[in-house]
Design a protein around this ligand. Structure first.
Ligand code: BMA
Length: 316
């Protein structure tokens, strides 16, 4: 593959959603999970309130670009146990997985216990049923694969560790509630764009060559951290087998609303929608302040993983 080719075409009228599109008071509109539901694209997005805590809003669109935000948030901090005590500081960064006629929503839940990941389900994006907290403290970024592997569900997630830099792990579950058989798959690489941490981003996309995993990576500079997006390909039948992790990032903060905002120099994805024409719409938060969208050709992202893979791993 030609090196240096721009693989992501930013939508020319980015950002596609800002706080001014929201009919209730919020300070930001960012990290968004998006899925196709019937004829519509449904977006669940994170917003900061003026107390600094986050809630999840919902917006709908016919074309995946122009979204209309509903008058009320989709969900906020739970009022009842067993969820309330895990969500008292807010809910963040929703991911949506379409499976078996329903949508599984994973989100980060903050509380005095730390950060955990909650799982909820909806069939219609009207009623949301919380299922369980599916991690202990110090986990974020759970994306569930829209498929089963020898009868089990699989997810990517990102525990925090003082010893191993923030890395992407895989775990399995028979019932979506109890998870285990965990192993680490993708680690930061020293003096590389993801040296500080990596974490799952969008729900993995099934392709005929494998699962396309669009993740984020972070590099620490003297001016703070820079969040970028990268891609990896996982085996279709055995997602713990990583077929290739692209050496290059695919999106980095460049537009003014990605470089400057609530947290500067951030592009952060929670969702991407594959289209029938072989393209994918990737949604990312810009500077934790607005929602942006770009398109890519899925085969080009796969090629990047396979033809320009990183050879060095954290331990090599
Ligand atoms: C991460 C999360 C994301 C956020 C990113 C950049 O740790 O909090 O929600 O987009 O930092 O601030």
């Amino acid at each position: 593959m030609e090196t240096g080719k721009i693989l992501i075409k930013r939508y020319e009228k980015n950002p596609i959603l800002t706080k001014h599109d929201v009919p209730y008071p919020v300070e930001t509109v960012h990290n968004a999970g998006v899925v196709k539901h019937g004829e519509q694209y449904v977006m669940l997005f994170r917003s900061h309130l003026r107390n600094g805590r986050s809630i999840i809003g919902i917006a709908e669109s016919i074309d995946g670009i122009h979204f209309k935000v509903r008058p009320e948030p989709f969900f906020t901090t739970a009022r009842e146990e067993p969820f309330a005590s895990s969500e008292e500081y807010g809910v963040e960064d929703p991911r949506i997985c379409a499976m078996d006629g329903e949508y599984l929503v994973t989100y980060s839940a903050y509380s005095r216990q730390g950060v955990r990941v909650g799982l909820a389900r909806t069939r219609d994006f009207v009623h949301l049923e919380r299922i369980a907290m599916i991690t202990q403290a110090d986990y974020r970024n759970v994306v569930i694969f829209p498929g089963r592997f020898r009868g089990r569900y699989a997810r990517l997630d990102r525990p925090h560790s003082e010893i191993l830099p923030w890395s992407i792990w895989i775990s399995y579950s028979p019932d979506l509630i109890h998870w285990g058989d965990s192993s680490v798959l993708i680690k930061p690489v020293t003096y590389h764009w993801d040296e500080m941490k990596v974490g799952p981003g969008a729900t993995p996309i099934r392709t005929d060559k494998g699962w396309l995993n669009i993740f984020h990576g972070v590099f620490r500079t003297m001016d703070g951290a820079i969040y970028r997006l990268g891609v990896a390909l996982h085996d279709l039948d055995d997602p713990a087998r990583v077929l290739g992790i692209a050496d290059d990032w695919i999106v980095q903060p460049e537009d003014p609303w990605e470089v400057t905002g609530y947290v500067h120099n951030v592009v952060f994805t929670c969702g991407a929608v594959p289209e029938e024409d072989g393209t994918v719409k990737i949604y990312w938060g810009g500077a934790d302040t607005v929602v942006c969208m770009g398109t890519a050709i899925i085969d080009e992202l796969i090629n990047l993983c396979l033809t320009r893979p990183r050879h060095e791993t954290f331990f090599s």
